[in-house]
Design a protein around this ligand. Structure first.
Ligand code: B12
Length: 328
């Protein structure tokens, strides 16, 4: 684990993408011996990751790996399988190495870097990387191999990375004028965790997935009484209510939540209900959907993303002006 794999060799295209340059520039630098390279027996150019990073540092070129010095090869080795075949195993291995060393800042930066990567969708990032790491953390804690303090530090690091990604994304959409107040016709969702459930990272992921799908999301956060989901839905005319169930959540929790939501349901302000979270639930044929537009359980953010893309919960024209036009 300690050993840095310094023999990693990149193709010209990989070196070009790291240096944010055209492959022909990389070839020119190699031909001019500015960038050390070798040819394989088959005549293909290979450039060591060490040479690429030295070249970048000397020229002041910022790369995604730069901030991880001296772990550039580790990070490259962790990110490549995600880009190539959607495998998060190496990433989680590296993240756990840093957790064991107490290097939570590096961990946060790793997740920030991956969350920004254009080779990975945001929902896949949440389902694969965020959930993948945190379930490993939970497992190690259960086995007594990690302290509660480590778990808390990881939670802080991952939440920090997610909130930073959200801020960057909101700044970007504000710049592009996509969410101008007053002309905001985005469909509205309420997202939070069920009463008693303090596990908020899944709900935060859902909030951000929906925002990226063009939703305005009201996010009261963790441990919300079901009545409050109903009040927020009604006052803000949300067309989708998303409730994150606790890890041991059951069909009984779903049935109870629905019976409370039913009491407050206003047919003039229809909405769909999406439950989600770690429990393995199937609602098929088990619950009455009436009077909701639909009721479903999703174990992944990606599944909800696909459902909203297929029309779940909106878009729609508001029944009357929202009571308050404040931001989510
Ligand atoms: C971090 C953590 C905590 C933190 C949470 C902090 C926070 N701000 O969120 C703290 C320390 C508070 C905590 C407390 C507890 N925890 Co805890 N915790 C975890 C841990 C390590 C990670 C959970 C997490 O964030 N996962 C990452 C997210 C992204 O995954 P996710 O929630 O599954 O969400 C994904 C999907 O489920 C889905 N999704 C989630 N919500 C929704 C909603 C909708 C609408 C949709 C569509 C999809 C969707 O999309 C998400 C992205 O993929 C897990 C380990 C594990 N295996 O999960 C234990 C774990 C869940 N905790 C556990 C326990 C026992 C507890 C405590 C009881 C411990 C205690 N004795 O105090 C308390 C309970 C607190 C409470 N009342 O809720 C157990 C639960 C066992 C069980 N089956 O009941 C676990 C599994 C650990 C273990 N291996 O034993 N915990």
């Amino acid at each position: 684990m300690e050993r840095i794999p310094d023999s990693i060799a990149l193709t010209s295209t990989e070196a070009a993408s790291l240096l944010d340059a055209h492959p022909s520039s990389v070839k020119r630098w190699c031909n001019d011996s500015e960038l050390a390279s070798e040819l394989t027996p088959g005549g293909h150019r290979r450039i060591s990751i060490h040479s690429v990073m030295t070249f970048a540092r000397e020229r002041g070129i910022e790369t995604i790996l730069g901030p991880f010095h001296p772990y550039e090869p580790h990070v490259w080795t962790a990110l490549k399988p995600i880009a190539e075949r959607g495998s998060f195993r190496e990433l989680i291995g590296l993240a756990m190495l840093w957790v064991r060393r107490g290097d939570f800042e590096r961990l946060e930066h790793l997740f920030l870097t991956l969350g920004r990567a254009d080779f990975l969708g945001f929902a896949e990032f949440c389902d694969g990387a965020v959930r993948g790491l945190l379930s490993t953390i939970g497992h190690e804690w259960e086995l007594g191999r990690l302290r509660v303090g480590d778990e808390h530090m990881v939670t802080e690091a991952i939440t920090g990375a997610l909130l930073a990604l959200r801020r960057e994304w909101l700044d970007h959409t504000a710049e592009s004028g996509a969410a101008t107040p007053g002309t905001d016709h985005r469909p509205v969702a309420v997202v939070g965790t069920a009463e008693g459930n303090q596990h908020a990272i899944g709900a935060l992921c859902i909030r951000m997935i929906l925002e990226r799908e063009g939703w305005r999301v009201l996010y009261p956060g963790a441990d919300l009484p079901t009545e409050d989901f109903a009040f927020i839905q009604k006052s803000r005319e949300a067309s989708l209510v998303c409730i994150s169930l606790p890890p041991n959540g059951s069909l009984g929790d779903v049935t109870r939540a629905l019976s409370i939501l039913r009491e407050y349901y206003d047919r003039a302000r229809p909405y769909a209900v999406a439950f989600g979270g770690p429990p393995a639930l199937s609602l098929d044929g088990e619950i009455a959907e009436e009077p909701f537009e639909s009721v479903a359980f999703y174990s992944e953010g990606k599944a909800l993303q696909e459902a909203v893309r297929h029309g779940l919960g909106g878009p729609r024209i508001p029944h009357s002006p929202p009571l308050s036009a404040g931001a989510a």
